[in-house]
Design a protein around this ligand. Structure first.
Ligand SMILES: [Mn+2]
Length: 204
C-alpha cells in the first residue's frame, strides 16, 4: 500500500461518521500532474486580488488572494464585502464540469483562494451566506501545496484536521455548514502555494 493511500483511507474513515456533517473526500479526483498544471495556469491567469475587509470595525487585508467567478448576477457578499463576479475561464469551466460529473450537483460560481505560502490562511468560518441556500453543496478542489483543513463542531467543539492533498476533491453538503466551521491555519515554514477552488450554487 502506498503511503498516500494510507492517509487517504484515514481521511475517509475520519469523516465517515462525523455527526451533523456530510463530507465526501475524493483524493484522486485528478492526477498530481494535472493538478500542478492547473495550479500554474490559474496562478498566472486569474485576476487575483487581495481584498480589504472590515472585522469589528477594523480594516485589514485578507491574508490570501482571491478571485470570484460566475455567471452574471452571482455577485458574492461576505464580511460586508461584495465581490463582483469575473467571467468564467475555460479552465475553471472544465474543472467545474469535472466536479459536477464526479459528484452529481450543479454550480454557477466559484471562489478561488490563493494561499501563497504558509503565512496565508483563513480563519474559522462557515460558508453559510443566505444566497447559498439552506444546505449548500460546496465542491472544494485543492491544487498545489498540501495544507491542513480543520473542522470544528459549533456545539461540541469536536475538531478534526484533514490534510487535503493536491488534486483532491472535498464535497461539503447537508447540514455541514450549519453545524461546523472550518479554517486553513497558518503553517510557518511552508514556502509553496495552494490554490483552492470552491464551487458553489448562488440563489438569486
Ligand atoms: Mn470556506
Amino acid at each position: 500500500m502506498y503511503q498516500s493511500d494510507f492517509f487517504s483511507e484515514s481521511i475517509a474513515d475520519s469523516i465517515a461518521n462525523l455527526p451533523q456533517a456530510e463530507l465526501i473526500y475524493i483524493p484522486d479526483f485528478m492526477t498530481k500532474g494535472q493538478a500542478s498544471f492547473y495550479y500554474s495556469e490559474l496562478e498566472r491567469t486569474l485576476p487575483w486580488r487581495q481584498e480589504t475587509i472590515r472585522i469589528y470595525g477594523k480594516e485589514m487585508l485578507t491574508p490570501r488572494l482571491q478571485s470570484w467567478h460566475g455567471y452574471i448576477n452571482t455577485d458574492y457578499q461576505y464580511s460586508e464585502l461584495t465581490m463582483s463576479s469575473n467571467p468564467w475561464t475555460q479552465t475553471l469551466l472544465d474543472i467545474k464540469t469535472q466536479c459536477e460529473s464526479r459528484h452529481k450537483a450543479t454550480y454557477n460560481s466559484v471562489l478561488a483562494n490563493h494561499y501563497r505560502d504558509g503565512d496565508d490562511a483563513v480563519g474559522w468560518h462557515a460558508d453559510d451566506e443566505p444566497e447559498l441556500g439552506n444546505q449548500p453543496v460546496i465542491a472544494s478542489v485543492t491544487l498545489g501545496c498540501e495544507r491542513t483543513f480543520s473542522l470544528r463542531h459549533n456545539l461540541t467543539k469536536q475538531r478534526i484536521d484533514l490534510e487535503l492533498e493536491s488534486g483532491s476533491l472535498l464535497i461539503m453538503a447537508g447540514p455541514t455548514q450549519q453545524y461546523w466551521q472550518h479554517t486553513i491555519p497558518r503553517r510557518k515554514g511552508i514556502k509553496e502555494g495552494r490554490i483552492n477552488l470552491t464551487f458553489r450554487y448562488i440563489y438569486r
